[in-house]
Design a protein around this ligand. Structure first.
Ligand code: GCO
Length: 476
């Protein structure tokens, strides 16, 4: 999840944000010196044995092993001057490509029920559209190992690493990419057979389309509203087509999609601000949710100039609205909006308290989001497929006492509990992330892991948050 505001203001404000942040950190961690555990009200559905707890990663962010796969749009984007804050790339990352066995030991040691990973399309497919056996074996070995240890595999088919040769044909601006995605889904799900517990077609189509093709802060770095909206439609079409393939090839897995939500709050209760905020919510959140759940775009589509609207062919919306076995929700923060003289809405900077990446910590928005989605839509079971925090970890005496991250998890798990109290059916929760990794445009500077990675030695160290998460899970 990333918000455009970060790019509008972060570099100028970096010093400010950091200093406010560190004061806040001291204040918060003083108050929470004793908080080393995560707890939930007794009897909470989140404490039931069959509630699924997991950790999540994504291929490009952890694997490395770039020489053994085709280039993807993130390789190209990283190679362009000024796109990644620390000028890094995914060539090595966490070396998961060679260290995966140790990483599965680590996952098992945390006692989680499930592991959410993504498949690198350019690793498993050749340019001519066939499976690459070496790449496929990398994943089937991982999946077999997970199965042997009774860890459920939640597989995401697309977490942003589009093969570069497909981008060269227009990428998600080309309708044909949706069909290429369905073809890759067909071949890879057949190859995986019975090894998978759950599939997600896409991770966060908002980020792929808006950040990648509309404001250009993510790969492939294209700018223009018409491009963002067009890419979103082709991504959603690809989701629908892939769901049809999954229904045929893999009817016994839980099949769905992962969407990210950044709930929109109005700065004032004035009619204009409320209207602008509702527009922002439709544009950022419901633009992806409503087609998937109800087969239509939010009505605001009519307010966009014709040239900015996607080309919707007959039958597309029906394809997009396939039944889902579950909905994956990624949640990190909320945003504030007000009316604008020049645009549909104006997005405001994050408020304190913030994490190290500058995102407001506001757990109540998770409860309010889920309750409002449950009111608007007929929801399938929800899995929180990502939630977590970048914190300025300090490695001291061989330990990382990230009490601030523990606090973040504690508050969000309890916010999730509150949503279940209000009737939302939630079946699982995944911490983002298993380990520190390549945080997209932020490079390796922001650490989201519950396990620390020393990028010089690749040594993994479980943080206090990892221990607390593990205790919560294993003490059920
Ligand atoms: C996303 C992605 C993750 C990020 C995480 C923190 O939501 O952007 O799914 O890959 O690393 O969200 O930004």
């Amino acid at each position: 999840m990333i918000n455009q505001i970060k790019y509008g203001s972060a570099s100028n404000n970096k010093f400010n944000i950091r200093s406010i942040q560190s004061k806040l950190y001291q204040k918060r961690s003083r108050g929470f010196l004793l908080m080393k555990q995560l707890s939930l009200p007794s009897g909470s559905p989140l404490l039931a044995k069959n509630f699924t707890y997991g950790v999540a990663t994504a291929s490009f962010q952890i694997e490395g092993g770039a020489a053994d796969r085709l280039p993807c749009i993130w390789d190209t984007f990283c190679s362009k001057e000024g796109k990644i804050v620390d000028n890094s790339n995914g060539d090595v990352a966490c070396e998961h490509y060679t260290r995966w066995k140790d990483d599965i030991n680590l996952i098992e040691s945390l006692g989680v029920d499930a592991y959410r990973l993504s498949i690198s399309w350019p690793r498993v497919m050749t340019k001519s559209g066939h499976l690459n056996p070496t790449g496929v074996k990398f994943y089937t070995d991982i999946l077999d190992e997970l199965k042997r240890r009774n860890i459920k595999a939640f597989v995401t088919l697309y977490h942003w690493d589009l093969p570069q040769h497909i981008e060269d044909e227009g990428g998600w601006l080309n309708r044909n990419t949706a069909y290429e995605f369905a073809h890759y889904t067909d071949l890879i799900t057949k190859a995986f057979g019975e090894r998978v517990h759950s599939y997600a077609t896409l991770n966060e189509p908002f980020c792929s389309s808006y950040l990648g093709y509309e404001i250009g802060v993510h790969a492939p770095g294209i700018v223009g509203r018409e491009f963002g909206r067009k890419a979103a439609h082709h991504l959603l079409l690809g989701h629908g087509l892939a769901m049809q393939v999954l229904a045929k090839n893999s009817p016994n897995t839980l099949n769905g999609i992962v969407l990210n939500f950044t709930p929109c709050y109005s700065v004032t209760q004035s009619e204009d601000d409320l209207k602008a905020t509702a527009f922002a919510d439709d544009y950022i959140n419901q633009w992806y949710m409503q087609p998937v759940m109800q087969g239509k775009y939010p009505d605001i589509i009519k307010q966009l100039p014709k040239a900015h609207r996607p080309d919707i062919l007959d039958g597309d919306m029906e394809i997009i609205a396939q039944p889902l076995d579950y909905l994956g929700v990624n949640f990190y923060t909320r945003m504030h909006y007000q009316a604008s003289d020049t645009d549909f809405y104006h997005e405001l900077p994050h408020k304190a308290p913030m994490t190290d990446i500058g995102w407001e910590i506001y757990p109540k928005a998770l409860t309010e989001l889920l309750v409002s989605l449950n009111e608007k839509y007929t929801l399938p079971p929800i899995y929180i497929t990502e939630n977590g925090a970048a914190m300025a970890d300090e490695f001291k005496g061989g330990e990382i006492k990230d009490n601030d991250r523990i606090e973040y998890y504690h508050e969000h798990l309890n916010a999730l509990h509150n949503a279940t109290e209000q009737g939302v059916k939630v079946d699982g929760y995944f911490a983002w992330s298993l380990m520190d990794n390549f945080e997209w445009a932020e490079g390796y500077l922001k650490r989201f892991g519950i396990v620390h990675v020393d990028y010089d030695t690749q040594k993994r160290t479980v943080k206090a948050s990892g221990k607390a998460y593990s205790n919560l899970i294993t003490s059920r």
